[in-house]
Write a protein that binds this ligand. Structure first.
Ligand code: ZN
Ligand code: ZN
Length: 427
């Protein structure tokens, strides 16, 4: 949900194809036209929706490329005040990103929430008679709170389902990344919802200040060993801590283990992207959070930084959800629904296996993790640099664990107190 910011214009469409992500954003904004006049709020204006629809009309080539021409025609008909057409459109595509998915005796509402600038999370309201469960709660920053209110108002006004923030029984946190749990402090102020999270991530929620300090120390050592210069370490350290300082520790009421249930919904522990990551199964729908996403491959970090991270865990967790019986639909913590979960897990695994081979190639001559990072990702700015070093480091670590890489400067590593490690492929 982008809010009421001006609709971006792409002036030179001959050279710049519009991404699927941007098309989706335009659709979501244009779908404001399907809201009753009273449904408009500060978050979306009729003018912004009109502009977005006009933008879409000018992007026929991009719509055809991404198979969305038919959706635009349907939206135009729906916006033409045909009630039945509008209802049909909303059932299929949702409205302003809010989608209703039946899941056995429950209904799952997908609520897109802007949690950081230009970063949208999906949180989920899982509704059964007398049982309302929230899956993740956004970041807690201003737009995140605003979008939760706005999307819940759509659930009430369009889908005629009385869901209110203050009436949730539980908030199940998928994992301890701030865009998924940072809103917990705020939620507890407005709601009696009890908080459940996997036991490996409970410590992060309950002792967040400790977590920040300890991780900052560990990551500093990791960066030095990876070959990051002292000056850059100082910059990255500052950046690493500054984004998380507003979050405060929050008590957890239920610490989950693999297979545990909340209100009957089963938690599957899928370590890799985060140590305590869980997918929540709501009958035939699996909420995959950041374990499996529709378009991007979820970020990886080395388990040298935190146990239960790393590619080996991640591959095992991909296999685990691939083999879960009876899953009809998967819904991620970001991006669109995943219609074929098994296939998507294979695509992601294939992507990482290819990247592992790239790292093997790069390390034919000795490289530090910082060196591998630059070759894989080029120059990265700000937080992107931190993520790139972690991603490259996870792949180097996996290959080293499997004996396919070895340390190239062992004598130096043995002698130095704070060594930079170089890796080389074992031929
Ligand atoms: Zn995450
Ligand atoms: Zn995420």
């Amino acid at each position: 949900m982008g809010g009421a910011v001006a609709v971006p214009m792409w002036h030179d469409r001959r050279v710049m194809a519009v991404s699927d992500k941007k098309l989706e954003l335009l659709f979501r904004r244009a779908e404001g036209l399907l809201l009753d006049e009273s449904g408009f709020s500060a978050d979306i204006s009729r003018l912004a929706s009109d502009e977005a629809l006009q933008n879409l009309r000018e992007l026929q080539g991009d719509l055809e490329r991404s198979g969305k021409s038919e959706r635009l025609k349907r939206l135009e008909r729906a916006a033409g005040a045909h009630r039945a057409e509008a209802e049909e459109y909303i059932e299929k595509h949702g409205i302003c990103g809010v989608m209703r998915h039946p899941a056995g005796d429950a209904t799952v509402f997908m609520l897109p929430i802007e949690t950081l600038p230009n970063h949208v999370n999906n949180i989920y309201a899982i509704v059964r008679e007398k049982s309302h469960v929230l899956f993740d709660c956004g970041s807690g920053i201003g737009v995140s709170k605003r979008d939760i209110e706005f999307t819940l108002s759509i659930v009430r006004s369009v889908f005629k389902t009385e869901v209110h923030l203050e009436r949730f029984d539980w908030c199940v946190i998928s994992h301890a990344h701030v865009d998924h749990f940072g809103g917990a402090n705020e939620l507890k102020q407005h709601s009696n919802a009890k908080i459940a999270v996997h036991e490996l991530d409970a410590r992060v929620l309950e002792q967040f200040e400790e977590r920040l300090v300890v991780t900052a120390k560990d990551i500093d050592i990791y960066w030095r060993r990876a070959g990051v210069s002292d000056e850059e370490c100082a910059v990255l350290r500052e950046l690493y801590s500054s984004t998380k300082l507003y979050v405060k520790s929050e008590p957890v009421q239920l610490k989950l283990e693999d297979g545990d249930r909340v209100e009957g919904y089963q938690a599957h522990h899928v370590p890799g992207h985060c140590p305590g990551l869980i997918c929540l199964q709501v009958n035939d729908v699996l909420l995959t959070s950041d374990h499996v996403l529709a378009r991007i491959t979820p970020h990886q970090f080395p388990q040298a930084l935190t146990p239960f991270g790393g590619i080996a865990h991640y591959f095992r967790s991909l296999k685990k959800v691939r083999e879960l019986p009876g899953i009809r639909l998967a819904l991620g913590g970001h991006e669109e629904p995943i219609l074929d979960l098994a296939r998507r897990t294979l695509e992601i695994e294939e992507f990482h296996r290819h990247r592992l081979e790239q790292v093997m190639d790069l390390c034919k001559t000795p490289k530090t993790i910082a060196g591998v990072t630059e070759q894989l990702f080029g120059v990265q700015e700000r937080y992107g640099r931190i993520l790139a070093i972690e991603e490259a480091g996870a792949h180097v670590e996996y290959l080293h664990q499997k004996g396919r890489l070895k340390i190239a400067n062992l004598d130096e590593v043995a002698r130095a107190r704070d060594p930079v490690i170089e890796y080389v492929s074992v031929s």
